[in-house]
Ligand binder design. Structure first.
Ligand SMILES: [Zn+2]
Length: 275
């Protein structure tokens, strides 16, 4: 059983502790930020006014906190309080009668956002943080440089040439293209091969076309590999920005191969040919 807050004026719901954002508690999205917040009991209304939740944070952000901050800030961007209505608690059930992150996401999708590709998220075998990342990337909510235009570095940290958009960074960057082609070979999944890409200019379309091109019994594997590699590219990008450290492509591919191995030990079922 799950409770979900339907937000009205935000006066009753607790900003950190209630499941009011995408059906989840912000402290679950951003545990490190929650830890350094000096005011953990503010209402949503108080916290959002003049970005008070940000002012409440003790100084000294770590890399993990920076990631949490960008993700949480992006989600908060879409929040609209309804000043004339009270907050209310709604009880919801997933199909199995128990709470799941999936039911919370779907509730959200069926609400404010028209999201027609649940299969791209839930068809993969992937960890929760990785699914969440791909979901926000599809919605173009990750803070690539085109979203964060007030930052003074607009360039893709992988190639240092193009404007960093979600699609460029994760798919279309020359560096990322080399990665995907190597991955297609490594996993023997032909729908990931560059030669089949003629078709997209956004992440959702690109994922959908790779998914549809795959044979039925390969579709889950294609999604799983896409989740793993999208996530690893994102980590590499953050490493370059926040740690001023970059990996050569062969070192990166070795890391991906290790991750595939780990995921497979846990049941992911990714085909793998070390070559
Ligand atoms: Zn690039």
């Amino acid at each position: 059983m799950a409770t979900r807050i339907t937000l009205g004026d935000g006066a009753k719901a607790s900003f950190w502790n209630d499941a009011w954002l995408q059906g989840q508690c912000p402290k679950l999205f951003a545990p490190a930020l929650y830890n350094i917040s000096m005011r953990k009991n503010r209402s949503v209304k108080e916290a959002l006014a003049h970005d008070t939740w940000l002012m409440d944070l003790r100084s000294g952000l770590t890399e993990q906190m920076t990631d949490e901050l960008t993700n949480l800030a992006a989600l908060l961007d879409d929040v609209q309080l309804q000043p004339d209505e009270h907050d209310s608690i709604v009880w919801r059930f997933s199909q199995k009668g128990s709470y799941s992150a999936r039911s919370a996401y779907i509730l959200q999708f069926e609400g404010a956002i028209k999201f027609d590709c649940h299969h791209l998220i839930w068809g993969a075998w992937a960890t929760g943080k990785c699914r969440f990342f791909v979901w926000t990337a599809i919605l173009s909510k990750i803070l690539t440089a085109d979203v964060l235009l007030r930052s003074n570095n607009y360039f893709c940290p992988l190639c240092m040439r193009n404007l960093e958009t979600t699609y460029h960074l994760l798919v279309d960057c020359p560096w990322s293209r080399l990665v995907w082609d190597a991955i297609a070979t490594m996993t023997k999944l032909p729908s990931l091969e560059l030669a089949t890409w003629n078709d997209s200019s956004d992440l959702k379309t690109w994922m959908n076309m790779r998914f549809r091109l795959a044979q039925a019994d390969n579709r889950k594997k294609v999604l799983t590999v896409m989740h793993l590699v999208l996530w690893e590219i994102w980590l590499e990008r953050n490493r370059r920005i926040f740690s001023l450290d970059s990996r050569q492509i062969n070192v990166f591919l070795k890391k991906v191969a290790d991750e595939i191995h780990h995921w497979n030990m846990a049941g992911a079922g990714i085909p793998f040919d070390p070559g």
